[in-house]
Design a protein around this ligand. Structure first.
Ligand code: COA
Length: 324
């Protein structure tokens, strides 16, 4: 039996940061951002709003859609690189806020691939007998963004997405997941300070070591190749032709990356789910955020083949094929 996605949910904070706002903060322009990234605006948390607050909203919506009560969740996996604090896990905070008293809970750290990694782990637990797993991806990227660095600050946004996994049938649900990592290139995308290597200090703060640094151009090329490879792997493992994919939901990093990947896969624009124009790159949250929008707008319909592909820091890359 496959595990099935019983319900989806998402949440974004209400505060909108437009490209025009960014023009007033760094040396950039709406034209440059739209042409180079496809992003028009992104959402930012309100002061005091944290990762678990976004996760709670998304999780509650997913539980409602799945018609599953919080007390019936066995496990909560929360994918994030921007948790409320280093300790305890944000998943435990969410467990309490939801009242999911029976659920085990832990965070998953796989950057932008976090959701697909967590989905894969959840799938394995359901296949071995667990009844309900809540997978949430929630990110407050604004907390690790250097708002004076035009190379990165135009790219990221805050948001959360969630799915509830349960027992499915033999021919529908999660057909496969594939996960990859290559730790040889950690500096491609990283936050160098604030961990045990460079603990939080005035120096770390002064040198902006607690903010995200990225080699954008090199990352771009690897992202396209890796997502293409992961997508093919998903199709091949299931004996499915790329033409049979109905909806392609890639990690929302950059419009040019999404278009290049779907073009290489031979997937038409009508099959590609895009919402990064509204939310930017929300790291682990981007796929479940886009998936929930696709479900609510009925772009994803029962019986369809949905392909998820992600790429991120680590480096990590991953895919999942779902029969809806
Ligand atoms: N506004 C205006 N100019 C900017 C800018 C901004 N916000 N950011 C960078 N530039 C400038 C650069 O300084 C550079 O100027 P120079 O030629 O005078 O040095 C020029 O634009 C081109 O920079 P480059 O980095 O080559 O641009 P690019 O076409 O690669 O686009 C990214 C930059 C970051 C948008 C793009 O590389 C990207 O999206 N990469 C992938 C990032 C990603 O998805 N990472 C996460 C994966 S999970």
């Amino acid at each position: 039996m496959n595990s099935a996605i019983l319900g989806t949910g998402s949440y974004v904070p209400t505060r909108v940061l437009t490209n025009a706002d960014l023009e007033r903060m760094v040396d950039t322009s709406d034209t440059w951002i739209v042409e180079r990234t496809g992003i028009r605006e992104r959402r930012l948390v309100a002061p005091g709003q944290a990762c678990s607050d976004l996760a709670l909203q998304a999780a509650q919506r997913a539980l409602l859609a799945a018609n599953v009560k919080a007390c019936d969740i066995d496990l909560i996996l929360l994918a994030t690189c921007t948790g409320d604090a280093p300790l305890p896990s944000t998943a435990c905070l969410l467990q309490h806020q939801l009242g999911a008293t029976r659920a085990a809970a832990c965070d998953i750290s796989a950057a932008c691939c976090g959701f697909v990694y967590a989905l894969s782990i959840a799938d394995a637990y359901i296949k071995t007998g667990m009844r309900h797993v809540l997978v949430v991806a929630s990110e407050v990227m604004s907390a690790i963004t250097d708002w004076t660095d035009r190379n990165t600050c135009v790219l990221f946004g805050d948001g959360a997405g969630a799915v509830v996994l349960g027992q499915g049938s033999q021919h529908s649900g999660i057909l496969s997941t594939h996960l990859h990592a290559n730790g040889r290139l950690p500096e491609m995308i990283h936050v160098p300070g604030g961990g045990s290597r460079e603990p939080a200090s005035k120096e770390v703060l002064d040198n902006k070591r607690c903010f995200i640094k990225m080699k954008g151009n090199e990352t771009f090329k690897i992202a396209v190749k890796s997502m293409e490879e992961a997508a093919h792997e998903a199709a091949d493992a299931n004996g499915v032709a790329m033409a049979d994919i109905d909806v392609f939901i890639p990690h929302q990093a950059n419009m040019r990356i999404l278009k290049a990947v779907s073009q290489r896969l031979g997937l038409g624009q009508e099959k590609l789910m895009i919402n990064l124009d509204k939310f930017g790159n929300t790291s682990a949250a981007s796929i479940p955020l886009a998936l929930d929008e696709a479900v609510l707008s009925q772009k994803v319909q029962k019986g369809q083949l949905v392909l998820l592909a992600a790429f991120g820091a680590g480096l990590t890359w991953a895919s999942a094929l779902v029969r809806w």
